[in-house]
Design a protein around this ligand. Structure first.
Ligand SMILES: O=C(O)CCC(=O)C(=O)O
Ligand SMILES: [Fe+2]
Length: 305
């Protein structure tokens, strides 16, 4: 199929033609009266050890109440995972986006397909574009993978993504069980709604340094449409912010953790007790930033109640 004509943000920068107007963000939403790059306070999300939640000890009960409070306040929590493995993913993501354009184009998205490498999806002519390039891959179930979009270079990318997907499945199962426990529900109730055929999509996000962080946004305010999202925000560069009571708060950098973010489907599954938070990504004048978001979506055979 013919590849669509598009310029990624990296190509826009390389062309040296200045900042196209299409990237100038119109501040119309809640909490958007201040410049995008104004300083905002830290949010206080706890790091929670999901395995501890299954112990009936005092410590286990404490962890469970921490989970309840984090999810009902923010809809977000952190969970530790081995450092060396996460480092591998960060490194491969950086290496992929540092490849020459022709190499990245080998994974380029095709018209009508969400999978592959490209810029912000252009859905309408007057859409303000996000300052982001991305590689979007369905990782689970394995028969939904479109391997022609999986990078051959850097070497080890596909194997590591497969391994990460399997590790994430363990975290997801624990998380759904823990969430049911935190609401005093039958342990498997969310897992059953989520289903065996749940789909996982990983999106590798790259935000190049931006000349106008006051006017250009990395990702517009949104809530994820998933059940849950497992997110690896950049290890060094901040940018992710969450909206609460009309104010933005920044997600602090917590090393060696996955940030678990509830999506709209989980808000419904928990009868609104847990919220799907609105969040955005701001840009940085000097530094590039990466993140890897995995959206976990119930299978098409599931009805969300
Ligand atoms: O880059 C980040 O930290 C967040 C990414 C995000 O919100 C998304 O991909 O939906
Ligand atoms: Fe998001």
């Amino acid at each position: 199929m013919e590849k669509p004509m598009f310029k990624t943000v990296q190509e826009v920068i390389a062309a040296g033609e200045g900042l196209p107007e299409r990237y100038l963000h119109e501040p119309t939403g809640e909490g958007e009266s201040q410049p995008l790059n104004c300083s905002v306070p830290d949010m206080d999300i706890p790091a929670i050890d999901l395995s501890l939640l299954f112990s009936s000890s005092e410590e286990g009960r404490e962890e469970l109440s921490k989970l309840h409070s984090a999810l009902s306040t923010w809809g977000v929590m952190n969970h530790g995972i081995t450092e060396a493995f996460l480092d591998k993913i960060y490194k491969l993501t950086k290496q992929f986006f540092a490849l020459p354009t022709e190499d990245k184009q080998k994974c380029a998205r095709e018209t009508g397909n969400i999978q592959g490498y490209g810029n912000d999806m252009i859905l309408s002519d007057n859409q303000v574009l996000d300052w982001i390039d991305r590689l979007f891959l369905t990782t689970y179930p394995e028969d939904k993978r479109q391997l022609q979009f999986w990078p051959q270079v850097p070497v080890g990318f596909s194997e590591t993504l497969h391994e990460y997907t399997m590790k994430q499945r363990v975290v997801i199962e624990k998380f759904f069980k823990a969430m049911a426990r935190s609401l005093e529900l039958e342990e498997n109730c969310f897992l059953k709604m989520y289903g065996e055929n749940a789909i996982m999509n990983s999106r590798f996000n790259f935000f190049p340094p931006c000349p106008r962080p006051d006017k250009v946004i990395g990702i517009k305010p949104h809530a994820d449409g998933s059940a849950i999202t497992l997110l690896l925000p950049d290890k060094d560069v901040e940018g992710l912010q969450f909206l609460k009571d009309g104010k933005w708060y920044k997600a602090p950098i917590v090393p060696d953790t996955i940030l678990i973010n509830l999506g709209d489907q989980m808000e419904i599954m928990s009868n609104g007790i847990y919220k799907s938070p609105v969040h955005r990504v701001v840009t940085n004048r000097e530094k590039e930033r990466i993140s890897v978001a995995t959206f976990c979506v119930p299978g098409p055979d599931k009805e969300i109640l």
